[in-house]
Ligand binder design. Structure first.
Ligand code: PMP
Length: 380
């Protein structure tokens, strides 16, 4: 018999679209990928060299369960220089990606029945993780009229004696919006722990992303190397936790994972401490693509109420085509050979929307838009 929690966890729909697209590709069909949130760039050169050196230096054994000291120190220095916040390297727990960082944090913070307040739309896996450990996601719908900004008063209305944490993500997947400092400050003042997923920090085209640690110490920062450093396959991330949580997280890590990947950790030290000319080129390139895709989608009739200023996603209203984003995404894949993510993956509030990722070349984005144009013409 399969456990109830395994029966009940919904699939991560973007992966279902990707896997279907890959099946089609195996049959020789050319697909334009605008679904997956994965940089199309390769990892910067110096980071690769650091990993190769680590192998040659036989850094291929288990490491300390909290991660190598050099990387924990590098994280503390990186946050000091980027956000002027102070914490000890002892508060950094290196993990096998931001996803395990989230799981370890939730496992350490929540008992069955505890509540976490989060936004809808929001990253698809958040509520699924919370439910998997028998806790309760409490969602706050975001409004395009408010720029898809998580409103502190709306969060306040959802707080209860069961609330253990508020989960935020800025820049956000799927909206690409950035929470301004005055909002972060108000959220930080609400009382519960703040879990701040800062994985898209550094991918900012307008304005500035602030760390939650600028506003409160009663917070868990989750971050990783997948997006900014184009290191998805290296599986590397970290938690910055209040001191009293380090030991409980460590015990869970020892049991679940033993330690993070040793070679990737040395690559991570290079990522945070060396200069990487590739990074500014990536940022400029994403920014160009952002403009192309936003303009292109608007011309096709998609509703873009809030222009993204960070990450690499656009959430576009597709209700002129269909109310059912799941069916629409698969129909577009089958007929137009463009892979996009159904809005419903991110919650009820984005049903009828599609999320487009612009982690793809301008040429591919333009080809994708041209295919969508034909698809829309046929539909009307
Ligand atoms: N948080 C958010 C908001 C994400 O979009 C992703 C990846 N799509 C992750 C966490 C997980 O990233 P990783 O495990 O690769 O570090």
């Amino acid at each position: 018999m399969i456990s109830e929690r395994s029966e009940n966890i919904p699939p991560f729909l973007v992966m279902e679209v990707l896997e279907k697209a890959q099946q089609m590709e195996k049959k020789g069909i050319d697909i334009i990928h605008l679904e997956i949130g994965e940089p199309d760039f390769d990892t910067p050169e110096k980071i690769k060299i650091a990993a190769i050196n680590a192998i040659h230096n036989d850094a291929t054994h288990y490491t300390h369960s909290l991660g190598i000291w050099e990387l924990r120190e590098a994280v503390a220095q990186y946050y000091k220089s980027h956000y002027n916040v102070d914490f000890s390297p002892e508060q950094v727990i290196v993990t096998l990606g931001t996803s395990p960082a989230l799981l370890l944090t939730l496992c350490t913070l929540l008992n069955a029945g505890d509540q976490v307040v989060l936004s809808d739309p929001g990253y698809a896996c958040y509520p699924n993780f919370i439910q998997y450990i028998d806790a309760v996601p409490v969602t706050v719908p975001l409004n395009a009229n408010n720029g898809f900004i998580f409103q502190p008063d709306d969060i306040k209305n959802k707080l209860s004696s069961k609330t253990r944490a508020v989960l935020i993500n800025s820049p956000s997947n799927p909206t690409g919006t950035i929470l301004p400092p005055e909002i972060l400050s108000k959220i930080a003042g609400l009382g519960p722990y703040i879990i701040s997923d800062e994985i898209y920090h550094g991918l900012v085209y307008e304005g500035k992303a602030h760390s939650i640690l600028e506003f409160t110490d009663k917070a868990f920062v989750l971050n990783g190397f997948s997006k900014l450093f184009a290191m998805t396959g290296w599986r590397l991330g970290y938690i910055i936790a209040p001191r009293e949580f380090v030991r409980p997280i460590q015990k869970a890590q020892q049991n679940f994972y033993i330690c993070p990947n040793s070679i990737s950790q040395w690559a991570g030290v290079s990522a945070l401490t060396e200069d990487h000319p590739e990074l500014s080129i990536m940022l400029e390139t994403y920014n160009k693509r952002r403009k192309v895709i936003v303009e292109g989608l608007k011309k096709l009739g998609f509703g873009i109420y809030v222009e993204p200023t960070g990450a690499f996603y656009v959430l576009a209203d597709a209700r002129f085509l269909s109310q059912d984003s799941y069916k629409l995404a698969f129909d577009i894949l089958e007929k137009a050979h463009v892979a996009v993510t159904p809005g419903i993956d991110f919650g009820q509030s984005s049903e009828g929307f599609l999320r487009f990722s612009y982690a793809n070349s301008v040429e591919n984005i333009q080809e994708g838009l041209a295919r969508l144009q034909k698809y829309i013409q046929k539909m009307h």
